[in-house]
Design a protein around this ligand. Structure first.
Ligand code: F6R
Length: 607
């Protein structure tokens, strides 16, 4: 969703800030703006629309070696020029960019209006600029502390003030912020992606922390009382090139193709061939803790929730512990019963999804143990959990998640294996699965090598206004994920059903205009699944079947996509890869902006 970039140093700030903002475009936004602080005080240019349009309207002389910028995803008030950030006070001496939500903004707006302040926007953020300007503290840090003392809500924010031209003050509460260290220049950002080309030496602010950032360095403090927290920057082990699409026409394609490598990364060092198990040190649970788990409850949103369903099936199969997945966005609102012997598992690529974060907090508030399957190291969910498994998928930039989801599944397989091996999963079965997991990256590569065969199928699917994705048991969450990916980037109506449920309703919709993508792996349900294909064919429904070589489709006429066989428990991941490719090529055929689908944001940081 929204993004923040700031720069202070020797260069002109505006180009650095704008370039940083383009790196955050994938997060989703509808307006952009930049403020610089130079000889002429604070100057702001902002408008609804793309960063490149903003760059086109900047005045020729927009000088200043200190600047902050923002991409906004509208929450309070529509996407208009006035509502874009940065927001200023009436005198235009303070500029603020803000991610998050000020919950008591309506009351604060009313108070400011009563005090004679003219509000220039509909936003919650604007109150911060006025509050900073109205504070009589004699330092910028003190003014920001006073302003934050009046607000309730979540924020990552950056503030400029004409009276304090040597600094940017930033603060965090629930919305990420990092400070990047350069050579006599410093950066701030809500996402490392914005500054990684300049520096990988960063300090990640904690909730409740504020930082003063000058060209010479930074210092951190609690924003409640300005007591120093003494945070230092650390060199992160990230490769700036992994944030670039390189020769690929989109990040999504790059990320799909990276999967053989990224899948290896999540498995590396965690498989134990000798004992047919997995080692997951980050869980911080010994064999006794693992044995004490009586139930597993998985929490995630969107695709992470669907992978959670795949994970629950794996855990039930391998460990014979009751397991289920629930949309984290719903969980908190039904006053859930938190059981001491249930292991809660939060799944999130970004580690910032607010619904998942709040679900984790609810679990922990009630004394439950929650572990995280998270991609972004040090993210809010990762920090909030009792332990976890990092996904090691590398940065995922495209809004539609692919490689991170594959790694979520693999992390669930590791967890299921470990939970299973402290129970009744035999060493032989454990070894069978370890060998299966070791084969998977190579098999993903085989599926990707068949990409060319899928392009025409995808183009035909793209022409349909409405599609079904069907699967059973292990295959059903895969069908849900396939439909999700297809709708996200092709904007076609795609609906997932259990194959077994077709004749209980949706069969009424099948006709020559409504194609079905069916998952028919070689398992105990294959014959029944083929029966359902006959029913679709009898209604002249076009069929695409993702299956294994040795499944006999009989007389059914379908476009057949064959994936390699692994152990049946691990089928979902290989069935899912062609679905990613179908979604990708359908969207490409339709000419859509694949990495930035309309209305969607990479991390959903507001409820
Ligand atoms: C789908 C997609 C979303 C996310 C969901 C959770 O392609 O990307 O449905 O899966 O918003 O995001 P994370 O995993 O960051 O918590």
């Amino acid at each position: 969703m929204c993004g923040i970039v700031g720069y202070i140093g020797r260069q002109e700030a505006a180009p650095v800030v704008l370039e940083g903002l383009t790196r955050l475009e994938h997060r989703g936004y509808d307006s952009a703006g930049v403020a610089v602080l130079g000889n002429r005080g604070v100057r702001v240019v902002k408008q609804a629309g793309r960063v490149r349009d903003l760059a086109g309207v900047l005045p020729k002389r927009f000088a200043g070696a200190t600047g902050i910028g923002h991409t906004r995803w509208a929450t309070h008030g529509p996407a208009t020029d006035a509502n874009a950030h940065p927001h200023t006070d009436e005198a235009g001496r303070v500029a603020v960019v803000h991610n998050g939500i000020i919950d008591n903004s309506a009351a604060l707006r009313a108070e400011l209006a009563d005090a004679g302040v003219t509000l220039a926007s509909d936003t919650d953020t604007e109150v911060l600029a006025h509050l900073v300007a109205r504070s009589d503290a004699d330092t910028l840090e003190g003014k920001v502390r006073d302003a934050l003392g009046a607000v309730v809500g979540t924020y990552g924010l950056a503030v400029l003030h004409a009276d304090f031209p040597d600094r940017i003050v930033v603060a965090r509460n629930g919305s990420p912020l990092v400070v990047g260290v350069g050579d006599k220049e410093m950066y701030v950002a809500s996402d490392l992606a914005a500054i990684v080309r300049h520096t990988t030496t960063v300090a990640v602010l904690d909730d409740g922390e504020m930082a003063t950032v000058t060209a010479a360095g930074f210092s951190t403090m609690r924003h409640r009382d300005l007591v120093a927290t003494g945070k230092t920057a650390a060199q992160l082990d990230v490769d700036a090139a992994s944030y670039e699409a390189g020769e690929h026409e989109s990040f999504m394609r790059k990320e799909i193709l990276e999967q053989p490598t990224t899948a290896q990364a999540v498995l590396r060092g965690r498989l134990d061939e000798r004992f047919g198990t997995a080692h997951l040190g980050g869980l911080d649970m010994d064999a006794r803790d693992l044995r004490a788990v009586r139930r597993v409850k998985i929490l995630g949103c969107g695709s992470a929730y669907y992978v959670g369903q795949m994970g629950a099936a794996l855990i039930e199969e391998l460990a014979r512990i009751p397991a289920d997945a629930e949309a984290a966005s719903e969980f908190r609102y039904r006053n859930p019963v938190i059981e001491p012997d249930t292991l809660y598992v939060a799944v999130s690529q970004s580690g910032e999804t607010i619904d998942t974060l709040l679900a984790v907090q609810e679990v922990r508030r009630k004394g439950g143990r929650c572990v995280g399957l998270v991609n972004v190291v040090g993210s809010a969910i990762a920090r909030e959990c009792d332990g976890g498994i990092y996904l090691h998928a590398g940065p995922e930039v495209a809004v539609a998640s692919t490689k991170a989801l594959t790694n979520m599944f693999l992390a669930f397989a590791l967890l299921a294996l470990q939970l299973g091996r402290v129970r009744d999963l035999s060493i032989a079965d454990g070894k069978r699965l370890v060998a299966g997991l070791e084969r998977l990256p190579g098999q993903i590569e085989e599926v990707l090598a068949g990409e060319a065969d899928l392009v025409e199928v995808a183009k035909d699917l793209a022409e349909a206004r409405s599609l079904f994705f069907i699967g059973r048991v292990r295959g059903f969450p895969v069908a849900r994920e396939g439909a999700q990916k297809f709708k996200e980037i092709s904007y076609r109506h795609a609906e997932a059903y259990q194959t077994s449920e077709l004749k209980h309703g949706p069969l009424a919709l099948i006709d020559p205009e409504v194609p079905t993508v069916a998952l028919v792996p070689h398992d105990e349900l294959a014959e029944r699944n083929v029966g359902a294909l006959h029913e679709i064919e009898a209604r002249k429904g076009p069929l695409v079947v993702i299956t294994h070589e040795d499944v006999d489709l009989g007389e059914v006429s379908a476009r057949r996509i064959v994936v390699p066989r692994n152990e049946p428990e691990l089928d979902p991941i290989l069935l899912n890869v062609p679905l990613q490719l179908l979604a990708y090529h359908a969207a490409q055929h339709l000419g859509h902006d694949i990495d930035k689908p309309r209305n969607l944001a990479k991390s959903v940081t507001v409820e």
